[in-house]
Ligand binder design. Structure first.
Ligand code: ZN
Ligand code: ZN
Ligand code: ZN
Ligand code: ZN
Ligand code: ZN
Ligand code: ZN
Length: 265
């Protein structure tokens, strides 16, 4: 426990404690490098009392915050590299000591003592400047403070990397980007961009869980395999150029038999 044996009177007013004042006066004189006339201390001027108060306060602070005294005279400021005087208040941060006026944001120069600050490559930053250095999420525009997902050459919050159509999360799953580099889940991409079947008008896309699908192209049109059949009798047509294949007539998809029937009328 620190010694704080002074009476409340002493604390309130130094003039009520003459003995104490005398000793302190000498200390003040030494500090200021002044010499008094012989004959001992005379009455104190108001300025001297103020100096004294200040000195006492500093002493008390030193007792209350012993770490302030840890500043060795040889230690220098981490910013200006000038020595830190013992009596000078200093900031201990980032494993170094700084003059209070030297402990400033690396970017905007505002003083950081007593403030929240962030360390970036060993330099202190104020909160605002630190946030400015962070990459922004391509979806929500907010800085990414925690985990970052990088995809399509851009940065995202993991929860913000979603399908632009259905907004399902795409982290850890397959996705496809469109011409504008916007991510889509696989089903939505195909729904939007896959060629459509000229018979049923549905997109021709892989079944769920499958990578590929067969698209039949005939007469400059697209068909699902299952939709590629004779327009007249509904017979499924082979994609091979054989007897079971397509025998088109006037742009119609027909089997060989129905082709012949139409051709005769
Ligand atoms: Zn400094
Ligand atoms: Zn700043
Ligand atoms: Zn975001
Ligand atoms: Zn989707
Ligand atoms: Zn179809
Ligand atoms: Zn037919």
């Amino acid at each position: 426990m620190l010694s704080r044996g002074r009476s409340p009177e002493c604390r309130r007013s130094s003039t009520q404690c003459p003995r104490r004042l005398k000793t302190k006066t000498r200390a003040a004189q030494r500090q200021a490098g002044r010499v008094r006339s012989p004959g001992g201390p005379g009455p104190l001027t108001l300025k001297e009392v103020e100096e004294l108060e200040h000195l006492t306060q500093q002493l008390m602070q030193d007792m209350e915050h012993p770490q302030r005294q840890n500043v060795a005279v040889s230690e220098s400021c981490g910013r200006c590299h000038q020595p830190l005087a013992r009596a000078q208040p200093a900031v201990r941060a980032l494993g170094q000591l700084f003059h209070i006026t030297c402990f400033t944001c690396h970017r905007c120069e505002q003083q950081l003592q007593g403030q929240q600050f962030y360390s970036l490559e060993g330099a202190p930053y104020c909160e605002g400047c630190y946030t400015d250095t962070l990459e922004k999420c391509n979806t929500c525009g907010q800085p990414i403070t925690d985990r970052m997902l990088r995809a399509t050459g851009k940065a995202y919050h993991p929860q913000c990397f979603t399908c632009v159509v259905c907004a399902c999360p795409l982290e850890g799953t397959s996705f496809i980007v469109d011409q504008a580099n916007r991510p889509h889940c696989v089903p939505d991409y195909h729904k939007q961009y896959a060629p459509r079947c000229s018979v049923c008008a549905e997109p021709i896309m892989p079944e769920p869980g499958r990578e590929e699908t067969v698209r039949v192209v005939a007469l400059d049109k697209n068909f699902h395999m299952k939709c590629y059949k004779c327009e007249d009798c509904g017979k499924a047509l082979s994609i091979e150029a054989d007897d079971n294949g397509c025998f088109p007539l006037d742009g119609h998809v027909l089997c060989r038999k129905c082709h012949s029937a139409r051709a005769q009328t």
